[in-house]
Design a protein around this ligand. Structure first.
Ligand code: SAH
Ligand code: SF4
Ligand code: F3S
Length: 459
């Protein structure tokens, strides 16, 4: 038998990664996929085929955790059918719960915290070669050296897609009183600008057309180091990368969003580079100054309104999107009404709305006047109904306009429809035509507007 025949006949080994939570987790999953691939494993979505299953978890709200616990439960039978199967938990819930997860679920082989992202390969090797039984790796401090030096120019999970992510910083220093992120992701660490640019360029060469720069608070990029370029400087540099057509970023903290960033986006449009997109995602969280203060957000609604005014004056065709929490402790009916009034005043293009979820060991978990679930649910419904009306109304004004769309590919539910996004991050659906390919920028005339999508015709 020849060498090549031997290798082709060798059974291949597969891994699956299931990602919960935010884009940062999606990007971490690429890091896991990269390590497993280098160990000789190939990606599969079929759990039955996999020798390694990794759940990359989130603990931002109780609902996220419940879903994940359900999934871990479901994996038990796979482990029973195949005792050699390796099952691991990574991500924010792993960092938070650590050995409690190992104790609770006998089907788990390892727990990998958010400070050990680059150690997955060692964990797998130890489990297989050294026949270790269970591994818990969740150190308190991040591996700064690996974070600074390991750039990923190949994305396995987003392979073939038009758009992907580049982290610019890790962690969060803000300690909003409701939020678990600073406890499971540590303090802010900015990546060196040279690494970010190198990675973005390489991804552009691989064929990605759109890059979203990631951080929990991108506007504080560079502040953790001396003489580091700031976020606006970084945006300006990325705007000059030839291989990329569009650049987005998330998330902005309203307190740290500033004129320099807004002006940089304006310059990008005027200069003709036009990679920086006119979507401003600035989570407000509440429209009541009393609640904002209790949340430790560091701004008032008046400040926020001025910020929106500046953005809308300088970038007239922009979209403004936000996150809102209902039922934060102490939110009375009157304070909730204030949020409704504020939403009507600002008129967000879209709002991601959440029911406040108690996170253990965060300050707000022990605040007085927790709001009963029934009230939270009622408030969420009122809020989303109003927001949907506003979104539809704003979108209706786009009918008959021509917008630049980046084609992403086939629509999920209909292969004869293509889906893409406007610069303002609105989804546009149009009839598929072989003339057009994913990754192309085309002009589309909007023919019908809905709350969440626009329908159009290429011109
Ligand atoms: N760093 C980003 C994202 C944080 S998580 C930011 O500051 O915006 C995304 C959203 O989840 C937050 O904006 C907030 O609206 C929501 N969120 C965070 N903790 C929550 C909690 N305990 N209960 C409900 N929603 C929460
Ligand atoms: Fe959480 Fe606030 Fe940090 Fe966002 S800024 S991750 S909401 S603590
Ligand atoms: Fe969830 Fe962690 Fe992201 S808690 S929202 S996966 S940073």
């Amino acid at each position: 038998m020849s060498q090549s025949e031997q290798t082709t006949q060798k059974p291949q080994h597969y891994f699956s990664v299931l990602t919960y939570g935010c884009q940062m987790n999606e990007n971490d999953s690429e890091k896991y996929a990269d390590q497993l691939n280098k160990l000789g494993y190939f990606l599969t979505e079929d759990f039955k085929k996999a020798s390694i299953i990794l759940l990359n978890t989130c603990c931002i709200r109780e609902s996220a955790e419940k879903k994940i616990h359900g999934k871990i439960g479901e994996l038990k039978h796979l482990k029973r059918e195949n005792p050699n199967l390796i099952i691991g938990i990574a991500g924010c819930m792993a960092q938070k719960d650590q050995d409690a997860l190992l104790k609770k679920y006998s089907q788990l082989d390892f727990i990998l915290g958010t400070n050990n992202i680059y150690d997955l390969d060692k964990v797998i090797t130890n489990l297989i070669e050294k026949k270790k039984k269970k591994i818990l790796l969740a150190q308190d401090e991040p591996n700064k050296e690996a974070e600074e030096t390991k750039t990923l120019s190949h994305h396995h999970l987003n392979e073939g897609k038009v758009s992907t992510f580049v982290p610019i910083m890790y962690g969060c220093n803000n300690f909003c009183t409701y939020c678990i992120v600073p406890y499971v992701r540590g303090r802010e660490r900015s990546r060196p600008i040279a690494e970010i640019l190198k990675e973005t360029e390489a991804l552009g060469e691989k064929g990605y057309k759109e890059i979203t720069l990631l951080g929990q608070n991108v506007n504080s990029y560079g502040k953790d180091k001396k003489d580091q370029p700031d976020f606006a400087d970084l945006l300006k540099s990325v705007d000059n990368i030839k291989t990329i057509k569009r650049v987005r970023y998330m998330t902005s903290h309203p307190r740290d969003m500033n004129s320099k960033v807004i002006d940089t986006i304006v310059e990008s449009i005027i200069s003709g580079n036009k990679k920086l997109c006119e979507n401003f995602h600035i989570p407000i969280q509440s429209g009541s100054n009393y609640i904002l203060k209790k949340m430790n957000r560091g701004y008032t609604k008046e400040y926020y309104q001025e910020l929106v005014q500046e953005i809308r004056t300088k970038v007239p065709d922009c979209s403004i999107t936000t996150d809102l929490i209902v039922g934060f402790p102490g939110e009375t009916e009157e304070l909730f009404e204030e949020t409704l009034e504020f939403m009507k005043k600002i008129r967000f293009d879209t709002a991601y709305t959440f029911i406040y979820s108690k996170r253990s060991n965060t300050p707000a978990a022990s605040f007085d006047n927790q709001v009963p679930l029934i009230d939270k649910k009622r408030r969420l419904k009122i809020l989303t109904d109003i927001q949907n009306e506003i979104s539809l109304d704003i979108n209706k004004k786009l009918e008959n306009k021509v917008l630049e769309v980046l084609i992403e590919g086939e629509s999920k539910n209909n292969s004869s429809t293509y889906t893409g996004r406007t610069r303002t991050n609105k989804i546009v659906l149009f009839e598929r035509d072989e003339k057009y390919k994913p990754g192309q920028l085309i002009d589309v005339k909007i023919t019908a507007a809905q709350t969440w999508v626009l329908k159009g015709q290429p011109i």
